[in-house]
Structures are given as structure tokens and as C-alpha cells.
Design a protein around this ligand. Structure first.
Ligand code: NDP
Length: 247
């Protein structure tokens, strides 16, 4: 049975990915940072779907927390075959001119530094030449990295641009060591992240303006993540897949 650590698996896309992995018999490290009840509910659902689960608390922007979440997942399942670098935040819509330094720091700490800490830990443990068993890493970027998100979240968009660059570079570092690294750029997905942007109806409101005519569901992103994690994607690395309904 393969094991996967998913950051931010208590809710949204991370939760949907955990459930899909559980249904395929994977063991899942369910990371969260604040919402223990939601993380425990995800873990219970993974077990009900046929997988194993362990709940691991930790803030991805805190180095020691990231090390601890890898340790806990590896200890529970005897190693780690895959990592989904999914935890991320957004903030209320604002033009850049009105963004505080505190907001910018928090955004970049979580979405950039957090992604780099988790990716670095994967790079320290998973490569064949480091005693790992190889595997697959999937990062959650955003279509915002291409659109820029003017007047809404250019900070968030830039943080996901960094995720794109990390994906391309790390794929080249780890390719010969049995670790594939890819990213997904979701479009407008119906999760609780929209409420944090100050617009809980954002997905419903803007969905019809996308080429496909609706917002996406977290399960539709989870399917793409699981494909990239699977052996069916054995020759895919350094790829960034738009799953955005054509947006
Ligand atoms: P949600 O807000 O629904 O869930 C976020 C998850 O991340 C929660 O499990 C939360 O844990 C966790 N989290 C937040 N901050 C931290 C942290 N510092 N350390 C560890 N865990 C943390 O988000 P989505 O599911 O919508 O988004 C998941 C990813 O997909 C993000 O990277 C996001 O940027 C990206 N994405 C989402 C899109 C969308 O439209 N929904 C579009 C494009 C990209 P807790 O429950 O404990 O708070």
C-alpha cells in the first residue's frame, strides 16, 4: 500500500484528494493547522473509503512543523511515496496599493515559504540516492499565476508563480532520483477558500463566465492530482496542468 502526505487535507481540495486516495487503498497523512475536527472527519472518511489515515497537525510555514509532519506520516506508514503540497491561503480582494506589509508577509510565508519547506523535506527524504524509494510530488499552483488577479489578489497570484518555478526546478533536480514533480493550476473551485476572499458566492457568481460555464468541484482537482501521483503518469515530470475549465 502506498502512502501520501497531503498538506491542508482537512478541507477543500486536500480533503477531496485524501478521500480519493483512500478509495484507491492509499495510506494518507492528513495535515491541518487549525481545524482538528475537520481533519479528524477527513481521516474517518479516508478509513471508510478503504484507506488508512493519520492526522498530523502542523503549520507549513514553520520549519519544525514540516519536519514533524513528515516524521509522523513516515512512522505511521513505514515511509512516504508521495506528497501533495496543497495547503494555501487567500485574502480579501484588494488592489496592490492597499495591501499591508503584514498581509504580504503572511501570504508569502504560507504559500511560498510553506511550499518550499514541504518540497525541501520531500527532496531530503524521497530521492533514491538519499535512501528514499522515489515517488511523486504534486504542488497546487493556481490559474491566478497566469492571470495575475488584478484588483483582487496579485499577492496570491505571485505566490503561485513561485510555485510554478519551484515545480520546474525541483523536477529537474530530482528526475534521475526517481521522484517526479508536477503541479496543477486549478481555476475557480467551489471550496471555503472563496469565503476568505470576502465573497462566499464567488464560485457561483463567476462560474458562468468561464469557458466551461461553471465553477469546478474539489473532486475534479483531486482526480487530476491522483493521476499525476499514479504510475499512469510515469513519464510526466516538470509539467503544470491547468484544470480550470478553460479559464
Ligand atoms: P481551503 O481554504 O478549502 O482549505 C485550505 C486547507 O489548507 C485547510 O485544510 C487548512 O487547514 C489548510 N491550511 C491553511 N493554512 C495552512 C498552514 N499554514 N499550514 C497547514 N495547513 C494549512 O482551500 P482550497 O482547498 O480551496 O485550496 C487548496 C489549494 O488549492 C491552495 O493551495 C489554493 O491556493 C489552491 N487553489 C484553490 C483554488 C480554489 O478556487 N479553491 C483555485 C486555485 C488554487 P485548516 O482546516 O486547519 O484551516
Amino acid at each position: 500500500m502506498k502512502s501520501v502526505l497531503i498538506t491542508g487535507a482537512s478541507r477543500g481540495i486536500g480533503r477531496a484528494t485524501a478521500l480519493l486516495a483512500g478509495g484507491k487503498g492509499w495510506s494518507v497523512g492528513v495535515n491541518y493547522t487549525a481545524n482538528l475536527a475537520a481533519a479528524e472527519a477527513t481521516a474517518a472518511a479516508v478509513r471508510a473509503a478503504g484507506g488508512q489515515a493519520v492526522v498530523v497537525k502542523g503549520d507549513v510555514s514553520v520549519e519544525a512543523d514540516v519536519v514533524a509532519m513528515f516524521d509522523a506520516t513516515a512512522a505511521a506508514f513505514g515511509g512516504i511515496d508521495a506528497v501533495v503540497i496543497n495547503a494555501g491561503i487567500i485574502a480579501p480582494s484588494l488592489p496592490l496599493a492597499e495591501m499591508s506589509a503584514e498581509r504580504l508577509r503572511r501570504m508569502f510565508d504560507t504559500n511560498i515559504l510553506g511550499a518550499y519547506f514541504v518540497a525541501r523535506e520531500a527532496a531530503r527524504r524521497m530521492p533514491l540516492d538519499k535512501g528514499g524509494r522515489g515517488g511523486s510530488v504534486v504542488l497546487l499552483s493556481s490559474i491566478a499565476a497566469k492571470l495575475g488577479s488584478p484588483f483582487d489578489f496579485v499577492d496570491y497570484a505571485g505566490s503561485k508563480g513561485a510555485v510554478d518555478s519551484l515545480t520546474v526546478g525541483l523536477a529537474k533536480e530530482l528526475g534521475k532520483q526517481g521522484v517526479r514533480v508536477n503541479a496543477i493550476r486549478p481555476g475557480l473551485i467551489d471550496t471555503e477558500i472563496q469565503a476568505v476572499s470576502g465573497d462566499p458566492e464567488r464560485a457561483t457568481r463567476l462560474g458562468p463566465s468561464t469557458p466551461i460555464g461553471r465553477a469546478g468541484q474539489p473532486e475534479e482537482i483531486a482526480e487530476a492530482i491522483m493521476f499525476l501521483l499514479s504510475d499512469a503518469a510515469s513519464y510526466i515530470t516538470g509539467a503544470i496542468l491547468d484544470v480550470s475549465g478553460g479559464r
